[in-house]
Design a protein around this ligand. Structure first.
Ligand SMILES: Cc1cc2nc3c(=O)[nH]c(=O)nc-3n(C[C@H](O)[C@H](O)[C@H](O)COP(=O)(O)OP(=O)(O)OC[C@H]3O[C@@H](n4cnc5c(N)ncnc54)[C@H](O)[C@@H]3O)c2cc1C
Length: 354
């Protein structure tokens, strides 16, 4: 089968690698001149990512998180709970041996009417039996092929700064809506600091956290949260193009890479409908939980947020033992039956479903 993948991010590359291994003729079109750049990611992933997709791009390991709400803080410990990736190296590790046309900006995809597709990129038209839209949050494939989607884009900015920190294996997370701000040590005295919002929000976080080191890199990008149709005729979406992210954190590497595997298996079985079915089975409930929790989180009053934080602090040990980095509904399980939490969240739940 002739497959054209739009986008050489980790999800497009990994799906293409698997499909090429199955004997398909895969061409990847990437708008940038090289794979893995620019980096628009904090690169923090849970252990399943490194166990399943390789640890060669790991540059630091995280053992604890200091979570702050205003002047209060909660420190959680679990050795090796997360890993910091060199995203350029991570992406490149899936690229070797693949046919990648760089500097190829795709402007549209259309059905040719005979079951094949035409992909327009930088003056060249590519023919395909299957088109994979792995072109990130603002997917051209999603728009031009008319995929249905309910996706909200959140702007995030991040800097790499030169900064000595007391603990190079601890992340700082400051609760601030719509998500949080972060400071993630790469090791070697470099910190990735970011927030969901504008540069002024990032500057405010840095000032509050006492982070004044010199900036060596800046990025502004989008994180998609929501749900999208995954298959439309002979076109499919994967990764951020399909909003395959964790709604409470915006992290998308694990979900998107797993989705790439589901997609490859469906192509191998010659039944694309197996792809959304497998995605739904693995992550459907998790995403629905995350979207509902996100709606509550965004609406909660500061006073109620503070009461939830109290409950988190009181349950520190259970969170350390039971919370799952990639499955945030594990937190809900922790609090089922907690009357104080129910007293806070009950009316938000009631207003959502009434
Ligand atoms: C600031 C920030 C921090 C993040 N931190 C984390 C984190 O710590 N952990 C985590 O798991 N996730 C994180 N994410 C999310 C993570 O980066 C994405 O989920 C992940 O990159 C998705 O991979 P992808 O392959 O689907 O898309 P992308 O990595 O976005 O790759 C898409 C590719 O398509 C190319 N492309 C786009 N449009 C076109 C076009 N028209 N023609 C040709 N090529 C095109 C792009 O150049 C790009 O190479 C973060 C995101 C942001 C913005």
């Amino acid at each position: 089968m002739r497959i054209v993948t739009v986008g050489a991010g980790p999800c497009g590359l990994y799906a293409s690698r698997l499909l090429s291994g199955l004997g398909h003729e895969v061409t990847i079109l990437e708008e940038h001149p090289s794979v893995g750049r620019p980096v628009q990611c904090a690169g923090l992933v849970g252990t399943p990512v490194v166990e399943r997709f390789g640890r060669e791009a790991v540059i630091n390991t995280i053992d604890s998180a200091l979570i702050r709400l205003g002047t209060r803080s909660l420190e959680l410990h679990r050795p090796g709970v997360a890993h910091v990736l060199d995203r350029t190296r991570f992406d490149a590790s899936f690229a070797s041996g693949l046919d990648i046309a760089t500097s190829s900006h795709v402007t549209g995809v259309r059905a040719a009417g005979d079951g094949t597709y035409r992909v327009d990129a930088a003056g060249t038209v590519y023919e395909a039996d299957l088109v994979i839209g792995a072109d990130g949050p603002r997917s051209v494939v999603r728009k031009s092929m008319g995929f249905s989607a309910e996706v909200r884009q959140y702007t995030a900015c991040q800097e790499r700064i030169v900064q000595d920190v007391p603990d190079e294996h601890r992340v700082l997370v400051e609760v601030c809506r719509p998500f949080f701000s972060w400071a993630i040590p790469e090791g070697g005295g470099i910190l990735r600091v970011g927030t969901f919002g504008r540069q002024r929000d990032l500057d405010a976080f840095k000032e509050h956290a006492g982070l004044s080191g010199g900036v060596i890199e800046r990025t502004v990008a989008c994180v998609p949260v929501g749900k999208a149709q995954l298959v439309r005729g002979g076109a499919v979406l994967v990764g951020d193009a399909a909003a395959q992210t964790k709604p409470l954190s915006g992290g998308g590497i694990y979900y998107g890479m797993c989705a790439a595997e589901f997609l490859a298996s469906a192509v191998e079985a010659e039944d694309l409908s197996l792809y959304p079915a497998a995605w739904q089975r693995a992550f459907g409930r998790e995403v629905s939980f995350g979207l509902a929790a996100r709606r509550i989180y965004e609406r909660m009053s500061p006073h109620d947020l503070s009461r939830v934080f109290d409950v988190l602090c009181e349950n520190k040990d259970r969170i350390e033992d039971e919370a799952d980095f990639d499955r945030h509904s594990s937190l809900a399980r922790l609090f089922i039956g907690n009357p104080r939490l129910f007293a806070v969240l009950g009316r938000y739940l009631f207003s959502m479903f009434s």
